[in-house]
Write a protein that binds this ligand. Structure first.
Ligand code: PA5
Length: 447
């Protein structure tokens, strides 16, 4: 079975024949470096073999805890930010009914997120929305010290304890954190929360195949075994020793580096299904944090089409020519909706009567690709047969592997994020956090 196909033929107006293949050696070397664990950031390569290391008993344990939460709660609040949030959010958005809350019988539990911002109104609205619903919390932080989720957890912990009492509240809270360090770990031990560990050698943005991603998915009722199987099959398809042209992650890394070296500095991830919007958000974190350093890196942007053709379409077609586009093309939708014939045809749509909406979407996709290529925007196409747990698992691992290879080809350490600390230092200085007295004095002079 072909998992995910990558089509680079629409970069041929920009890249000469053989130009992608000329980077095959570099890409395969980078892939081998990931597997040998001899490259930069090698203490964070636990994600490479993760799909093969997830045992049936781990999946059963995650499903057991998820079932407990599902039984107790109509709403499950997942608290986390960055890599401790985006993977689960991406898969849930892709997989769950977009209008569940409008249904007379919403599919419960509904999984919502907190701790990914410091908006007072967001947390207030969430707390008040929980007032007449049963709820549970999954608190995720690898470091256990990140400010945004820590604030959300402090508020929601107080709410859940007020509602259920300390003992019952503790049975409704699951912590996912480091095995030994951090405030969340200490709190979980002191309060007796059910706890899952984020492996030391897996960084946040590569953690979707740990309980960080798997528990929220299972809590929402998704088939995590199928998700892991998809990732496993993609891990096999992109393993060390797979020839270049058969390894979609190596091809993807090669084509984007070939374009980058020609001045194409911005990659737009496009999809024609709004369900994939958060896959793009997850992808942006993965590639942005992994590659954007040392004054280098492709800037990852995203659009959801056709909606954004009515906003960003003009720029993509005719703006500065530093863009290339990577389209996630979904093979078939889950449902069938046809356009009906109308006697009066006032809207002039009878010429497409009888067609499925997806046929119109497909023609938009093909037409846009040709228009953008004609406008000087090279186009890479990633074909995803359908949106289900298996293929999403494969897609996310494909992007992880492509990112590791691409980062090494770019010559950076794809597994650190030193730049993320700069804002934190200033924020702590401005908030007079103990230990930041000197920074506090300095930053105040600049206000
Ligand atoms: O990719 C990363 O490492 C970051 O985005 C982290 O996931 C994010 O900062 C959250 O960190 P933590 O899980 O320690 O709260």
């Amino acid at each position: 079975m072909e998992l995910i196909r990558i089509d680079t033929s629409k970069t041929s107006g920009t890249l000469k024949p053989g130009e992608i293949e000329s980077l095959a050696g570099e890409a395969l070397e980078a892939n081998a470096l990931l597997h040998s664990r001899k490259g930069a950031g090698n203490d964070f390569l636990g994600w490479v073999n993760l799909p093969w290391e997830i045992t049936e008993s781990t999946i059963a344990e995650i499903n057991r805890v998820a079932a407990g939460l599902r039984e107790k709660a109509e709403i499950i609040v997942v608290i986390g930010i960055g890599g401790s949030y985006l993977g689960a959010k991406a898969v849930l958005e892709a997989m769950t009914d977009s209008f569940t809350l409008l249904r007379s019988k919403p599919v419960t539990p509904v999984v919502v997120f907190a701790g990914q911002n410091i908006s007072e109104d967001y947390i207030h609205e969430l707390v008040t929305a929980l007032e007449d619903r049963s709820f549970a919390l999954i608190s995720i932080s690898k470091s256990g010290t990140t400010t945004e989720p820590a604030i959300a957890f402090r508020i929601l912990k107080s709410e859940i304890e007020k509602r259920y009492g300390k003992e019952e509240a503790a049975s409704r809270i699951v912590a996912i954190t480091d095995s030994s360090r951090g405030a969340l770990k200490k709190l979980a031990t002191d309060e007796g929360y059910e706890t899952f560990v984020i492996p030391d050698d897996v960084g946040g943005r590569y953690s979707v195949l740990t309980p960080v991603g798997l528990l929220p998915m299972a809590a929402a009722g998704l088939d995590i075994a199928a998700f892991v199987k998809g990732a496993q099959d993609m891990a096999t398809a992109t393993a060390e020793g797979v020839p270049f042209e058969q390894n979609p992650a190596a091809v993807y890394a090669a084509v984007r580096n070939a374009l980058y070296r020609k001045g194409f500095k911005i990659e737009i991830l496009a999809s024609y299904d709004p369900k994939l919007l958060y896959i793009a958000e997850w992808w942006k974190q993965l590639y942005g944090e992994s590659e954007g350093k040392d004054g280098k890196g492709i800037f990852p942007a995203s659009v959801t089409l056709t909606a954004d053709l009515h906003s960003m379409g003009q720029y993509i077609q005719e703006g500065e020519r530093t863009l290339f586009e990577t389209v996630i093309s979904v093979g078939k939708p889950k449902h069938t909706v046809k356009i009906e014939r109308e006697e009066t045809d006032l809207d002039g749509l009878n010429y497409i009567a009888g067609k499925r909406i997806s046929e119109v979407n497909r023609m938009a996709e093909i037409g846009v690709a040709i228009a953008h290529v004609d406008g000087g925007v090279p186009n890479i196409r990633i074909e995803l047969p359908e949106i289900n747990e298996y293929y999403i698992g494969a897609l996310l691992y494909f992007f992880e592997k492509g990112c590791g290879i691409s980062g090494y080809m770019l010559g950076v350490n794809p597994f650190d994020q030193p730049g993320v600390e700069a804002y934190k230092k200033n924020m702590f200085a401005l908030l007079n956090k103990p230990g930041f007295e000197k920074e506090s004095e300095e930053i105040r002079k600049r206000l």
